[in-house]
Design a protein around this ligand. Structure first.
Ligand code: XMP
Length: 518
C-alpha cells in the first residue's frame, strides 16, 4: 500500500481517497508509527499529511526520522512538507505571513517530476502560518508564491518530494495531478487498484475466512449492508442467509427494493421478518425522541435475535452445522475514526442500524473495512446491484420513527410515507439528487394549524422539508433548492396528502440544528 501518515485534522482521509482515485491502494497510519513498523508494511510510497500544528510548537506531532532512510518514495504535504524539511536539514521559519485559501503559485523551470506537465502559473489551496525558508541540501526548489519562497521541492535521487499547498483539495487546480505525478512518475507505482480487483481480492479473503461455514447478514436496505452481503454472496453463495427486518418505519417501496430488486440482482437467500405490529405496539403512546430510539433499537435486537435463533435451529436440524459468521458493513472511516489501529481520536460513536448486540456469538465478516463510501458504491455497481439501493442517500436506522414529532401511529406513518415519496420523486425529477446529501421529510404530528381548502376550513399538520448539503454529516448546510421545485413539492403535498395543509422549509445549518429532527 501507500501509507498516509496522519498528522491530525481530517486531511489524511481525503489524501487516502485521492491516492485511491489515482488507482493506488492506500492506508492511513498515525504519525507515532516507527520506521520499523512502516517498513513491516512494505509500503510502495508514503504521503505525509497536513496537520493543525506548527513544527516548533511544544508537543507538535513528529515523525521517526528513520522513515526518510527507508528508501521509500515519500511526498510531504503542508505540515508533512515542513516536517520533511526540518528533519532533513532545511529550515522552517515563522514568517508571520499566513497564507490561507486560494493562492497564486509559480512553478519554476520544468517543474521536475512532481510538477511535470503543469502550467507555470496556477492556483493552489494554502493553509499555513510557518513556511519552509531553505530547502534541505540536495533538494531542488520547484515552486514559490509571493510570500513563500519554497512552496515545493524535490530530491529525485532519493525520491523525496514536498508541497506546501494542499493538492488533495479540489481548490488546488492541478492537485490531483501532483498526487498522480508523485505516485506514477516519482514512485513508479502503476494505477491498478480498481473495483474489479477489490472484488476479486475480497472474494478470496472471504472464502479463506469462512471456509464451508454458514454466514448471516442483516440487511437494512442501505448501501453498506447490501454491498457487503453481495460480496459475501459472490464468495460463498448460499452459505449466506440474509435477514431483513421490516419494522414498518421504512419509506415507500423500500421493502420491495430489497425483496425484489436486490434479490433478483444478487440471488441471495432472504428471510423477511414482518415485525411491523411489534414495533407499532412497542412505540404506542411514546413521543420522547430518545425513548423512541431506545425502543426501536431494543425491538430490532430482539427481532434479530429471534430470527437468528430460528435460523440456527433450522441449520442444526438440516445438517448440525451452526451459523458461525455475521456480516457487517463497517466502512474504513468508521475504522479510522474509532481509532482502529491508527491512534486517531474517537470523533463520533456510530449508532449503527439497529445496533446489533455485542454479545452475539459470531465471528465478524467485514469485507468493506478498508473502503470509503464512494468505493462501496462503485463495487455495488460492479456487482450489478440496483441503482435505487447503490445510490441511496443516508437514511437513519430508526427510520420514519424519528421523523414523526409526536407519537408514532400507523396513520401518521402512512401519511408521512406519502409526503416523503412526493418529495423524493420531485427532487429526482429536478435532477437534484447529487446536490443534496439527504432530505429528511418530517411530520409535526403534535402541531396543527388552520388552513382553507376548497371552501372549507382545515385544521391540519405541517410537513417540514429538511434538505441538507454535507460532506460527512458531521456538519451540514441547508440546501438552497430552486423555488419552483419547492413550490411544486408544496402544491403536491397539500393537494395529495390528506391531513397536511402546510409545508415548511427548515433553513438551519448543522450546528446548531442536527440533520434529523429527533
Ligand atoms: P444528525 O441528526 O445527528 O444525523 O445530524 C447525522 C446523520 O446520521 C443519520 N442518523 C442515523 N443513522 N442510525 C443511523 O443509522 C441512527 O440512529 C441515526 N440517527 C441519525 C442521519 O440521517 C444523518 O445522515
Amino acid at each position: 500500500p501507500v501509507l498516509v501518515v496522519d498528522f491530525g485534522a481530517q486531511y489524511a482521509q481525503l489524501i487516502a481517497r485521492r491516492v485511491r482515485e489515482a488507482g493506488v491502494y492506500s492506508e492511513i497510519v498515525p504519525h507515532s508509527i516507527s520506521a520499523e513498523e512502516i517498513a513491516a508494511k512494505n509500503p510502495v510510497g508514503i504521503v505525509l499529511s497536513g496537520g493543525p500544528s506548527s513544527v516548533y510548537e511544544e508537543g507538535a506531532p513528529s515523525l521517526d526520522p528513520g522513515v526518510f532512510d527507508l528508501g521509500v518514495p515519500t511526498l510531504g504535504i503542508c505540515y508533512g512538507f515542513q516536517v520533511m524539511a526540518t528533519t532533513l536539514g532545511g529550515t522552517v521559519a515563522r514568517t508571520g505571513a499566513r497564507e490561507y485559501g486560494s493562492t497564486d503559485a509559480n512553478v519554476s523551470t520544468d517543474g521536475g517530476t512532481l510538477l511535470h506537465d503543469q502550467p507555470a502559473d496556477q492556483t493552489v489551496w494554502m493553509s499555513h502560518g510557518d513556511s519552509v525558508a531553505t530547502a534541505p541540501e540536495g533538494f531542488q526548489v520547484l515552486a514559490s508564491t509571493a510570500s513563500t519562497p519554497v512552496a515545493a521541492f524535490a530530491n529525485d535521487e532519493r525520491r523525496l518530494y514536498g508541497v506546501q499547498w494542499h493538492p488533495e483539495v479540489k481548490h488546488s487546480a492541478y492537485g490531483q495531478r501532483v498526487i498522480e505525478n508523485f505516485l506514477h512518475r516519482g514512485a513508479g507505482i502503476p494505477a491498478d487498484w480498481n473495483a474489479g480487483n477489490v472484488i476479486a481480492d475480497q472474494v478470496e479473503r472471504i472464502r479463506s475466512q469462512v471456509g464451508s461455514g454458514k454466514v448471516l447478514c442483516a440487511l437494512s436496505g442501505g448501501v453498506d449492508s447490501a454491498v457487503a452481503a453481495a460480496l459475501v454472496h459472490e464468495a460463498v453463495g448460499d452459505q449466506l442467509v440474509c435477514v431483513f427486518v421490516d419494522h414498518g418505519l421504512m419509506r415507500q417501496g423500500e421493502r420491495r427494493q430489497v425483496e425484489e430488486d436486490y434479490v433478483a440482482s444478487t440471488g441471495v437467500r432472504l428471510v423477511t421478518i414482518d415485525a411491523r405490529e411489534r414495533f407499532l405496539d412497542a412505540l404506542s403512546g411514546v413521543s420522547d425522541p430518545e425513548q423512541k430510539r431506545k425502543i426501536i433499537g431494543r425491538e430490532f435486537i430482539r427481532t434479530f435475535e429471534q430470527a437468528q435463533a430460528d435460523l440456527v435451529a433450522e441449520s442444526y436440524e438440516q445438517d448440525g452445522d451452526p451459523i458461525r459468521f455475521l456480516v457487517q458493513g463497517t466502512l474504513y472511516p468508521d475504522v479510522v475514526e474509532s481509532g482502529g489501529g491508527t491512534g486517531t481520536a474517537n470523533i463520533k460513536s456510530h449508532h449503527n442500524v439497529g445496533g446489533l448486540p455485542e454479545d452475539l456469538q459470531f465471528e465478524l465478516v467485514e469485507p468493506l473495512r478498508t473502503l470509503f463510501k464512494d468505493e462501496v458504491r462503485q463495487i455495488g455497481r460492479e456487482l450489478g446491484l440496483p441503482e435505487v439501493i447503490v445510490g441511496r442517500q443516508p437514511f437513519p436506522g430508526p427510520g420514519l420513527g424519528i421523523r414523526i414529532v409526536g407519537e408514532v401511529t400507523q396513520e401518521r406513518l402512512d401519511l408521512l410515507r406519502e409526503a416523503d415519496a412526493i418529495v423524493r420523486a420531485e427532487l429526482t425529477a429536478a435532477g437534484l439528487d447529487t446536490e443534496i446529501w439527504q432530505c429528511p421529510v418530517v411530520l409535526l404530528a403534535d402541531v396543527r394549524s388552520v388552513g382553507v381548502q376548497g371552501d372549507g376550513r382545515t385544521y391540519g399538520h405541517p410537513i417540514v422539508l429538511r434538505p441538507v448539503s454535507s460532506e460527512d454529516a458531521m456538519t451540514a448546510d441547508w440546501t438552497r433548492l430552486p423555488y419552483d421545485v419547492l413550490a411544486r413539492i408544496s402544491n403536491r403535498i397539500t393537494n395529495e396528502v390528506d391531513g397536511v395543509n402546510r409545508v415548511v422549509l427548515d433553513v438551519t445549518s448543522k450546528p446548531p440544528g442536527t440533520i434529523e429532527w429527533e
